[in-house]
Design a protein around this ligand. Structure first.
Ligand SMILES: [Zn+2]
Length: 452
């Protein structure tokens, strides 16, 4: 349908009158009758009529005439501009073919101006190079009186395409229905990619989608404790309008406020190491704030001018910059036969407290360095049989037991994933398997807390 209408527009649109056409839209007072006549097709198809197609993202609505189009956009910005200082106008879309129009929002310079339209700043490129009023510095000393309060800028956040169309009368909506489709929240499906360290409840909080909904939408999830992995793609629905309004308001505030945290970067520490050197305390000020929102959501909050009543203290934190090493499973495949912790001794001489993890695997399976490091021991160990110890730069040690063959020697540097040995059944062992340990400060910990 969209293709067909686009084709019809090209046919019916009087190409040489484009300039006049956009001017007609531009002035609020001009009558639509003229443009309607000009664009009337030479043949009338029953059940079809001239209308305006408005497209935002993939959503299309049709309105009867240009006054309705303007009114729909004006109503949308009036929700945020209660003083009526901004006006929506329809103009030629210079980035598209000649027949396309778009909507632009312009400030009405002076409400008392006799000729309102003379005062509207030309939209498009010229508007883009205008200096925002908040950046113009008044002469002399600044004070609270130097700032004009209220809404200083309004524009639409998404591109809008408008074309005249000859369409089935049934498709034409009233303003209310069209506005609701375009400007009210719609359930939008999005993909969330799981980040390292995410939990389902954190994802629920950060996306604003209830945990229950996330579980229902994704077949891979059974309940809130279902396992998720890095880079897994989760389906979430987010309420979002097709068209949103970006608006900036200057307000005078009197409030407690915090300074941003000051970071001291330490190139010799890992990113998970940090020390707080100075504890923060809030300040109190009277200020002119410039707050930008997309619909109701704040996206920035700048202080343009302030008088401080109580000096704040910033929190000072020293933090590392080196990404800590990761640990990977030391073999491909294998069947997990024993986890970390208490267990029944599988064989006389075996421990009842299992200090590592066992994966059953045929003798000769490649054993990988779980992380980069230096070989600290390679040889026969009591209970372990043939065993390799690797020391890692973050202070951890990994151990690989019951090996059939050892490929590395003490002092050798190994990379993560490098083959260091072949699996076996040596030492105290009930069958061919890899026994794997991670030690922190010389004590075995549950490897699954660290495996990536
Ligand atoms: Zn074991």
């Amino acid at each position: 349908m969209a293709l067909l209408t686009a084709f019809l527009i090209v046919l019916y649109f009087p190409q040489n009158d484009i300039e006049d056409y956009s001017d007609l839209f531009y002035t609020r007072s001009s009558s639509d009758a003229e443009s309607g006549d000009e664009n009337k097709p030479e043949i009338d198809v029953p059940g079809y009529e001239n209308a305006y197609l408005i497209k935002v993202n993939e959503t299309i609505v049709y309105l009867k005439d240009s006054d309705q189009v303007k009114k729909m956009f004006q109503d949308t910005i009036d929700k945020y501009d209660d003083k009526g200082n901004f006006q929506a106008s329809i103009l030629r879309n210079s980035s598209r073919e000649l027949t396309a129009l778009t909507v632009s929002v312009n400030q009405v310079c002076d409400n008392s101006s006799e000729k309102l339209d003379d005062c509207i700043v030309t939209a498009g490129l010229e508007k883009a190079i205008d200096v925002p009023s908040s950046e113009i510095q008044p002469e002399g000393e600044l004070s609270f009186d130097s700032f004009e309060l209220g809404v200083k800028d309004v524009h639409f956040n998404e591109p809008v395409e408008i074309v005249q169309a000859y369409v089935k009368s049934d498709n034409i909506m009233d303003i209310k229905d069209a506005a609701s489709l375009i400007t009210e929240n719609q359930e939008t499906q999005q993909i969330y990619k799981v980040q390292s360290g995410d939990t389902l409840s954190e994802i629920s909080i950060s996306t604003g989608v209830p945990l229950e909904d996330i579980i229902n939408m994704n077949d891979a999830l059974e309940n809130e404790s279902s396992t998720i992995f890095v880079d897994q793609e989760l389906l979430i629905t987010v309420p979002k309008p097709e068209l949103s309004v970006v608006w900036t308001e200057q307000t005078r505030v009197e409030e407690a406020y915090d300074l941003p945290i000051e970071y001291i970067y330490n190139d010799e520490w890992y990113t998970n190491q940090k020390v707080t050197h100075v504890q923060p305390s809030a300040g109190y000020h009277e200020a002119i704030a410039s707050v930008t929102r997309i619909n109701e959501d704040m996206v920035s909050n700048d202080t343009l001018y302030e008088e401080i009543k109580m000096q704040p203290v910033a929190k000072v934190v020293e933090i590392g910059t080196i990404v800590p090493p990761t640990y990977i499973k030391p073999l491909a495949g294998g069947r997990l036969t024993s986890g970390f912790g208490k267990r029944k001794a599988p064989k006389a001489g075996a421990s009842t407290y299992h200090k590592g993890v066992d994966w059953a695997t045929p003798v000769g399976t490649s054993v990988y360095a779980s992380s980069g490091g230096v070989v600290a021991f390679a040889g026969w160990g009591r209970g372990y049989g043939n065993v390799v110890y690797i020391n890692h730069p973050d202070g951890k040690q990994t151990r690989y037991g019951h090996l059939s063959r050892i490929n590395v020697s003490v002092g050798q540097s190994v990379k993560q994933g490098e083959v260091i040995a072949a699996s076996g059944n040596t030492g105290v062992s009930t069958g061919p398997h890899v026994h794997f340990e991670i030690l922190v400060g010389g004590t075995q910990v549950n490897p699954f807390d660290y495996l990536y």
